[in-house]
Design a protein around this ligand. Sequence first.
Ligand SMILES: C[S@@+](CC[C@H](N)C(=O)[O-])C[C@H]1O[C@@H](n2cnc3c(N)ncnc32)[C@H](O)[C@@H]1O
Ligand code: SF4
Length: 421
Amino acid sequence: MNAKSCIICDTNTILQKQHMSFCSLLQWPYCLRRCSYCNFNKYISRSSSDNIMTECLQKEAQTLLQLSQVSCITSVFLGGGTPSLAHPSTFAAVLESISQHAHIHHNAEVTLEVNPTPLGRSKLEDFYHAGVNRFSVGVQTLNDDDLVVLLRDHSSHDALRTIEEASRLCPGRVSVDLMFGRPGQTVRSWDTELREVLQICDDHLSLYQLTVERGTQLFKQVQRGEVTVPEEEVTAEMYQRARAVLHQHNFQQYEVSNFARHNAVSHHNLSYWKGRQYIGVGPGAHGRFVPLGEGGVCREARTQTLEPEVWMCEVQKMGHGTRRRIQIEEVLVMGMRMTKGITHKHWQRFSPHVNLHHIFGSSPDVQDLQQSGKLILDERGLRCSYEGLALLDSILPTLLLETERIYTPKQKDNNSFYNAR
Ligand SMILES: C[S@@+](CC[C@H](N)C(=O)[O-])C[C@H]1O[C@@H](n2cnc3c(N)ncnc32)[C@H](O)[C@@H]1O
Ligand code: SF4
């Protein structure tokens, strides 16, 4: 156990390993080709071997787990990109190294995103033996012509066979991703398609409204007028129709896009939306946790380096490829630029243990700023007044000083992660 004195209350309180539930997201960034609508962080060509990628995923997971001092992992999500392209032994190895640094709860949900190609299907059993116990299948549509327009590399037949195989391996733990608002789609065709899906799906569905993302092929096609997507009112009707049809079939909606029956909700998704802590491992992965290993007390949002080759070099050199850490100073400086300032809710996401009143409420310098009408600290949060906003540069040093007073650890660990940056 890594024990340190509490730097907030200045008592001998011991900070133990974090016992709260904790999730882990692993990102596999490669795809066989680019779907026309997708702007996720994914790469088609690759020069490195699976072995290097595996080693780096293991190494980064180990670094972040040590830093987070978490004791128990309650869910793992293997996402992408196309993680079903990876060799099952990759994830077996990564899960094994996670289990060497934290206890993986015996009921932990381990989800793999699967592209329903014949190759993906043929590997499901091996993924299952590697430790996966839930599959999320990217069906997108059961209409073969639409699959071609979307540049998917599977057919509706492939999708059905993949769902069948996944449900054989993990009954009650298979999810299907579908998109609506697709080019040429109507409410009627969507209704028919949904009813078809309901004949073959398991107990979880994710329905995403197609977003025409800038930089994608679909975006250019829409701009050039080669393709049209349904009007907003039509997609709104599709959504309402889906909610009603799924409700009739005993699916409960538990989030904007997610529906489950027989209580087959995704615990990983739920933890994420509930704002729980998680580590994000792999190129472009996001994480959010309190790095207790550094004596820290505030939650950081982390983003790992996007490009796989660069990320691998960083992990090999430093043990992690963290590109960006949004820390409390950044939250303060960025937040105070807005007229609405920083709300208590926003601050709490990054600093769950110390609130705005605690930091700024009793400071004589901050009180001066309030009395002169430049700064407001109230039940909404902390913000500049109309006059104060024009003087932000002169207000920030006072606020930063108070923040530093609270958050700077009294004893610095020479081997700390901060020094490694
Ligand atoms: C990151 S993708 C990865 C899953 C896997 N590679 C696949 O394509 O099936 C996860 C899901 O996001 C959804 N998605 C991706 N791009 C989208 C977009 N532009 N609009 C709406 N949903 C999208 C798709 O339904 C997809 O299954
Ligand atoms: S939708 Fe999935 S398979 Fe297609 S490019 Fe995006 S991540 Fe890759």
